[in-house]
Design a binder for this molecule. Sequence first.
Ligand code: SF4
Ligand code: SF4
Length: 444
Amino acid sequence: MDTKGFTFKGGIHPPHFKKLTEQKAIEKAIEPKVVVVPLQQHIGAPCEALVKVGELVKAGQKIGESKSFVSANIHSSISGVVKNIGMYNTSGGSKVNCIVIESDGKFTVHESVKPMGNIDELKKEDIINIIKESGFTGMGGAGFPTHVKLSPPKDKKIDFVIINGAECEPYLTADHRIMLEKSDDVVVGAKAIMKVLDVDKCYIAIEKNKPDAIETMKKAVESIDNIEVAQLEPKYPQGDEKRLINAVTGRVVPSGGLPMDVGAVVQNVGTTATLGNTIKTGMPVIQRVVTVTGNAIKEPKNLLVRIGTSFKEVIEQCGGYSEEPGKVINGGPMMGIAQFTTDIPVIKGTSGILVLTKKESEVEEPKNCIRCGKCVEACPIHLQPLILSKLSLLNKFDETEEYHVLDCIECGSCSYVCPSKRKLVESIRVAKREVAAKRRKASK
Ligand code: SF4
Ligand code: SF4
């Protein structure tokens, strides 16, 4: 395991650009004066507000409750007064109902926040309740409610858990720093997840370009028999959960299937560390580590930011812009979403704020496809991006289904390698949306 790392077929090797922040220890961001906390920060149903305008709230207090299974509670990240409840822009590109809280400057912690007990003594039901109550969602970006992922149907036997520390997106280093600085929390969180799923094998998967994180995590688990560090060859999109399962175990999640279909559950390392911390302190998910980086940021950093703090404020804490920015991206350059404003809040899924220079943001005009096959070679799902894209541009969405368009994970590897600079992932995304809409309509 120490020589050749695990990997999968396909994928690409973009430059890492991680040097900007990989040596930067996590700093606590300045406490915000105002937070805008969205009532939906996850895949699934939005929460209902539990507070009214004018009400006093404390840090860690539940302010939004999920009424459906696929949803996650929301908590206040500061103490202060609720100033407004209304629709605000968010990093997902749409307006979401948010609770605006003005800080009283005291950061008083809510009475409900107290240590949850020792991990070895907590029962499976206690842990799943902690996860549900504390508002856990995947902090790697997708934002799937964690209690749902950890509640597989009875007929799905889970054999192993993979803690995803791959962090294969260029620029992002939040997970890397978490493994270096919060390895104990990662271990507590991993044990908790294993207990919930009744599994006795866990891999902490880390790309080999993070040797210090590998060493730190190895040391943290050396006395634990059933948790092992799995080293991966650095490659994008190694952090995609299905690629990760394939790389570490050789198992292949079938088309349209889920990791649990092959006995696996994958959890992001940041989510795992936060869970460890919540068990130890009782504090629900009210903050996260955000990598603020890019060549247009004066002083790139890894910041521990309260949920609801504006991107603008976070960027200012990194010295602001070093030059006029070309693009602000929520997340990494491969799968992140470009933003039209920085007046949007950090949420549980905000892994990075990337600011590119004008020059870096220039997009070349697409040329004709030369049928070189590079996109097919790079696609980690073994799709035919050139055909999918062509059918989409011709509005032949039904035909894209025959080419398994819904299996595309929108990783952007195909667009990255295309010598003709064709906007492959963009057009495929349109086809995916059309096909999914058609299916939804048909099922009504
Ligand atoms: S990589 Fe670009 S040019 Fe080459 S086959 Fe694919 S779409 Fe065509
Ligand atoms: S077709 Fe989809 S999955 Fe394949 S490389 Fe392109 S974006 Fe990635």
